[in-house]
Design a protein around this ligand. Structure first.
Ligand SMILES: NC(=O)c1ccc[n+]([C@@H]2O[C@H](COP(=O)([O-])OP(=O)(O)OC[C@H]3O[C@@H](n4cnc5c(N)ncnc54)[C@H](OP(=O)(O)O)[C@@H]3O)[C@@H](O)[C@H]2O)c1
Length: 327
């Protein structure tokens, strides 16, 4: 797996990582053994970057990763976690005392003295403009609680505000074939500033795997069932904010591009890997097979100019009017 520098963390990470939201099992089921097997499969396939959060399964995802780190202390992993969404979303909660308590809990869950990277977890927009918040994050570094910090954002505007802060090492943002807006300004700005880009929801919650059709259903406790209209959190996190029927129409146009021997999911990941400025892509694998297949995407050829043009044209015709001005 190709290695890239993860922004101002200065660390080298493989360009395909692993998202670990699903390992929290607060949407859909992932048994503990399956979660550990998925982590092992990813790492054995060359993955060395894992993204989690304190809120995923209220710590379950972090604790499973912690167990894995104890099993494989020499795996050379970089683990990014997030904080801030275990309390009501109020800028007043973004205090040094809370940061200390939240990172201490994550250090304990992960079993590490210093967190490699902690990200503010899609905080309320005003938080990006509070200088004191970023001073407090600098304090966490001085105290040895964290090595670096970044932000996970909902909008391109939030990303640009964060990139302008000198201490922000990384920005995590939705980027996939249904979410092209970050290519306009965010990726160029991040490259110019040396800020890492962590591309999340790369398969548009699985839509871009090409496995779903009009008859596909999701379990009751799966956000792809209960958050289709943003009932629980930002609707952009579910199918990238695209309604399911339109998403299927897009995938039907993209499937003919998929070369023999490659899966639709691998093509979707490869497309993100090739966007200048991307540091790491974090698909959420639910099984060892998915983890292995995702890691392989880093080895495929880049998309041809014709394929790239089809992705752009499909976006412009079907998706841009729905989402481009939203995030
Ligand atoms: N606010 C935030 O900061 C935030 C929000 C969302 C996500 N994230 C991060 O981003 C990561 C990824 O997001 P995500 O899991 O929501 O979306 P995603 O990676 O776009 O989609 C994950 C889904 O894609 C399917 N899939 C994965 N690998 C596959 C493969 N090889 N072949 C076929 N299907 C495959 C699985 O669907 P099935 O379940 O149908 O098998 C899986 O549940 C999360 O784990 C988390 O780390 C962060």
């Amino acid at each position: 797996v190709e290695q890239r520098i993860l922004g101002r963390t200065g660390r080298q990470v493989g360009v395909i990582g692993l998202g670990a939201w699903q390992l929290g099992a607060d949407w859909g089921e992932v048994a503990e053994d399956d979660a550990l097997a998925t982590l092992a499969a990813a790492v054995d396939a060359g993955v060395n970057f894992i993204d989690t959060a304190d809120v995923y399964g209220d710590g379950r995802s972090e604790r499973l990763i912690g167990s894995f780190l104890r099993q494989r202390p020499d795996a050379g992993l970089t683990v990014a976690t997030k904080m801030g969404r275990r309390v009501a979303q109020d800028p007043a909660h973004y205090t040094l005392d809370n940061f200390r308590a939240w990172t201490d809990r994550s250090r304990e869950n992960l079993g590490v003295p210093t967190l490699d990277l902690v990200q503010l977890h899609c905080p309320p927009t005003p938080v990006y403009s509070i200088d004191r918040v970023f001073d407090d994050l600098d304090t966490l570094i001085q105290e040895g609680r964290i090595a670096s910090y970044g932000v996970s954002v909902e909008t391109c505007a939030e990303a640009l505000t964060a990139i302008a802060r000198p201490g922000v090492a990384t920005v995590q943002i939705i980027l996939n074939m249904l979410r092209l807006k970050p290519l306009d300004e965010v990726l160029p700005a991040a490259r110019a500033a040396g800020v890492g880009i962590i591309a999340r929801v790369p398969l548009a919650s699985g839509l871009l795997s090409g496995r779903y059709d009009e008859h596909t259903t999701f379990p009751e406790n799966d956000h792809r069932n209960y958050n289709r209209h943003g009932e629980a959190f930002d609707v952009g996190e579910t199918f990238s904010g695209v309604d399911f029927a339109t998403g299927l129409a897009v995938v039907r146009r993209l499937v003919p591009l998929v070369p023999a021997g490659v899966t639709t999911a691998q093509l979707a990941l490869r497309w993100i890997v090739d966007q200048p400025g991307v540091s790491v892509v974090i698909p959420g694998a639910r099984s060892p097979e998915q983890a292995r297949s995702n890691a392989e995407a880093a080895d495929w050829d880049p998309l041809s100019p014709v394929e790239l043009a089809t992705v752009r044209q499909t976006y412009d015709e079907l998706i841009r009017p729905l989402v481009h001005d939203r995030w």
